[in-house]
Design a protein around this ligand. Structure first.
Ligand code: DAH
Length: 341
């Protein structure tokens, strides 16, 4: 009997080496530990063992059973652990997760579009300042003390007590012209996109913050004809169509002569519609030849140099271009609106 136990012990130890998966483990259990297994067979025979060696045989048999049972359980735990790792959350066959990519706001897109059109014809894009002083926003731009735009009703003045200047939020991008001309000699050919602020009652057509793009070109012999040619080129590129333009005489303190530029209403092909108020034309910007008084402020000789400037409102232009009925929609950040652009 003791010999049989030893034989079985050897066999078991040999079989342990091949315990690699669930199936071999189950076969191991059936072969040695089940009711009909080899260990049970030996236990059955135990009753026939001679009394004198019963103690030793019983002990050996028990030890072998405990060893086999423990080996089985340990191996089972080991395989379970391995299986768990395999079936962790990572299923590499699943389709990838979708990330919602952000996109540029349509105002940013428009500012970039406009800037790049002018860059192609030699304009440099520069930044202005949103906080200006009265001198740059008004005086240097030939805007007199009594001009209505200087009124508290129209301009956001900042608390400037104890300072030697009165500060404000710029009401247009034009003061950047003054900074640039003061900092360099002609030729100057720049585009200045940015935010402007006016103390407006908020409505479908106006907000207290909006965007403009300013343009300035100063050199020897710059003519009004070049102003028109440059703006015509811009219109064609920006609206993507060969639209007619027209210049109407106007007034701005910092340009002389001054004009406003209209483009053919591309919504109704100039036939007349609600958007163009049945005129067939849409106003898109103000422009003119830089006033000699502005040159005086920045130290340019107006006998030697001439220049043109223009400024356009971005929100209004986009409202027309995309039929946006309310200017507030640009800033409500409603994803259903923004996604369309
Ligand atoms: N600054 C003007 C405004 O806010 C727009 C403008 C008109 C800019 C004529 C210019 C210009 O540079 O030449 O209404």
């Amino acid at each position: 009997m003791l010999e049989n136990i030893q034989k079985l012990n050897k066999e078991i130890i040999n079989d342990i080496k091949s315990l690699k998966d669930k199936e071999s483990l189950e076969n191991f259990r059936i072969k040695y530990l089940s009711r009909k297994g080899s260990l049970n067979d030996l236990f059955e025979n135990f009753k026939n063992v001679d009394k004198s060696i019963k103690g030793a045989v019983g002990k050996a048999l028990n030890e072998l059973k405990v060893f086999t049972q423990k080996t089985y359980e340990d191996k089972q735990a080991e395989l379970d652990k391995l299986n768990k790792q395999d079936s962790s959350d990572e299923d590499y066959t699943l389709p990838g997760r979708k990330f919602n990519l952000g996109s540029k706001h349509l105002i940013t897109q428009a500012l970039e579009d406009i800037s790049s059109i002018f860059q192609r014809i030699g304009f440099k894009v520069v930044d202005g300042r949103e906080i200006e002083d009265e001198y740059h926003n008004f005086d240097a731009l030939n805007t007199p003390d009594y001009h209505p735009s200087r009124d508290m009703q129209d301009t956001f003045y900042l608390k400037s007590e104890g300072m030697n200047k009165r500060y404000l939020l710029r009401t247009h991008t034009s003061p950047a012209q003054v900074h640039i001309m003061k900092s360099q000699k002609p030729p100057v050919r720049v585009i200045i996109p940015g935010k402007c602020y006016r103390n407006e009652a908020i409505s479908a057509r106006s907000l207290s913050m909006f965007h403009q793009v300013e343009g300035l070109y100063v050199d020897k012999n710059v003519t009004f004809r070049e102003l028109k040619g440059t703006l015509d080129f811009f219109v064609k590129e920006f609206f993507g169509k060969d639209l007619k333009t027209r210049l109407r005489p106007s007034f701005f303190p910092f340009t002389e002569p001054s004009a406003e530029m209209d483009v053919e209403c591309y919504l109704c092909n100039s036939k007349g519609c609600r958007i163009c108020k049945y005129t067939g034309w849409l106003e898109i910007l103000g422009c003119g030849m830089v006033d000699p008084n502005v040159f005086k402020h920045v130290g340019y000789d107006s006998e030697e140099y001439s220049g043109f400037a223009f400024g356009m409102g971005i929100e209004r232009t986009l409202m027309i271009r995309h039929s946006v009925p309310d200017i507030r929609m640009f800033y409500e950040n409603d994803i259903r609106f923004l996604k369309q652009f």
